[in-house]
Ligand binder design. Structure first.
Ligand SMILES: Cc1cc2nc3c(=O)[nH]c(=O)nc-3n(C[C@H](O)[C@H](O)[C@H](O)COP(=O)(O)O)c2cc1C
Length: 390
């Protein structure tokens, strides 16, 4: 580990510490883009508060000399029960952030999903990490969808995740006030926040612009993609006209695992199962879209009950090993982590991501020991006491 990374990671004792630490390194507009939630951030707070509802009821006197943290998802084995969630716009956080996260996930053998909203071609990422998943934002035009799905398959991806919770553009106040815009435009708040962070200007902005003078969002079309400074970009996301009928059509032509990300209701899960979808992510997108939505953890049981044979993943608000295990105990097959991984990457690149994965893995092993559980697959609601929401 380099000296800079060691210095920056010195005071990181919990995954949630990455947020405050990254504030000192990132321009305010980008710090807020990662941190903030939609509207009044009611869901952002609830995504954390909901974990207080569930308290552990540990078993005693079980032999926990060796505990197993392995999971199997979509035909692949992983060493830890969590993965790196897709984060669009990763290149603004750190030079080459997509490649860094893909590589570190591969090294640690944890799931990783590339966002469609990225300036790194999806073909490069699957070469770095052959187990990568692709998280698509799809339009409603069937020819364009066919082109994207075909491209993803030809590149070698075996898991296609469709992000289904952004039918219209989201609005997040803190990032707007800090000057974050898409397309990227220089404005006073962004400028003022940027000059205060020369390390980011040299290390991320300048390096990115030298390598890619006109960065484009390269994974939202069958080929090419809109430039991040151009008006054609609009706001990257799904499409208002994208519906279940599109999912049914994609299911017919996509032979790999098909995953829908953004389910928050049991009846939607049941509908996905009838269409032959392989997995769902119970998610409110980290509270970045619809404020005052239910927290994924509080509907996980209902969704799982109607998910049939589908793999059920969950994300939004998971910040320590105990949180991950609560997700599994409540029925999830795996958990995705968003902001902390992005902030770790912003702060210390590959060392930051490796450190975050290792720290979370260690917390999971310790919590399993404390619970008297030898393997994550034996967790169930019987280990939890429902104290109700406070
Ligand atoms: C900066 C940022 C960008 C994101 N971009 C995407 C995206 O492009 N596609 C997507 O499906 N989810 C995206 N998400 C949502 C994450 O995949 C994930 O659902 C969420 O971050 C989980 O919540 P957490 O941050 O509290 O862990 C993004 C999240 C953040 C913080």
């Amino acid at each position: 580990m380099g000296i800079t990374a060691r210095r920056r990671l010195k005071d990181i004792d919990r995954l949630s510490d990455f947020e405050a630490a990254s504030r000192h390194y990132l321009p305010r507009a980008i710090f807020e883009y990662i941190r903030n939630g939609a509207g009044d951030e009611i869901s952002l707070r609830r995504n954390r508060a909901v974990f207080d509802r569930w308290l552990w009821r540990p078993h005693r006197l079980n032999d926990v000399t060796r505990v197993s943290t392995n999971i199997r998802l979509f035909g692949e084995d992983y060493d830890l029960p969590f993965g790196i969630a897709p984060t669009g716009g990763a290149a603004v956080m750190r030079y080459d952030a997509d490649r860094i996260e893909a590589r570190e996930a591969c090294r640690a053998n944890v799931p990783y999903a590339l966002s469609a909203n990225s300036i790194t071609p999806l073909e490069d990422i699957i070469r770095i990490n052959p187990k990568s998943w692709f998280a698509a934002y799809l339009p409603s035009d069937e020819d364009v969808i066919d082109g994207i799905v075909d491209r993803v398959g030809r590149a070698g991806y075996r898991v296609l995740m469709i992000t289904i919770d952004v039918p219209v553009a989201a609005r997040r106040v803190a990032e707007i006030r800090a000057g974050y815009t898409m397309p990227i435009r220089l404005n006073w708040p962004a400028f003022a926040g940027g000059v205060a962070r020369p390390g980011w200007i040299v290390g991320t902005l300048a390096r990115t612009m030298i390598r890619t003078p006109n960065p484009r969002i390269l994974n939202v079309l069958p080929e090419g993609g809109p430039g991040i400074f151009s008006r054609e970009i609009g706001s990257v996301g799904g499409a208002a006209g994208f519906t279940w009928a599109h999912v049914a059509r994609i299911r017919e032509c996509w032979r790999g695992a098909l995953v829908l990300k953004g389910i928050l209701r049991g009846d939607d899960a049941a509908r996905a199962a009838t269409l032959g979808v392989d997995g769902i992510v119970v998610s409110d997108h980290g509270a970045r879209l619809l404020d005052s939505a239910v927290a994924p953890l509080e509907v996980l049981g209902e969704v799982k009950a109607q998910a049939g044979e589908m793999t059920v993943l969950v994300d939004s608000g998971f910040r320590n090993g105990g949180d991950v295990l609560k997700g599994l105990a409540l029925g999830a097959d795996g958990v995705l982590i968003g902001r902390p991984m992005a902030q770790a990457c912003a702060l210390a690149g590959r060392d930051g991501v490796a450190f975050a994965i290792e720290m979370l893995g260690e917390e999971i092993r310790r919590t399993l020991g404390m619970l008297g559980v030898v393997g994550v697959e034996t967790l169930s609601e019987a280990f939890l006491h429902d104290a109700g929401m406070v």
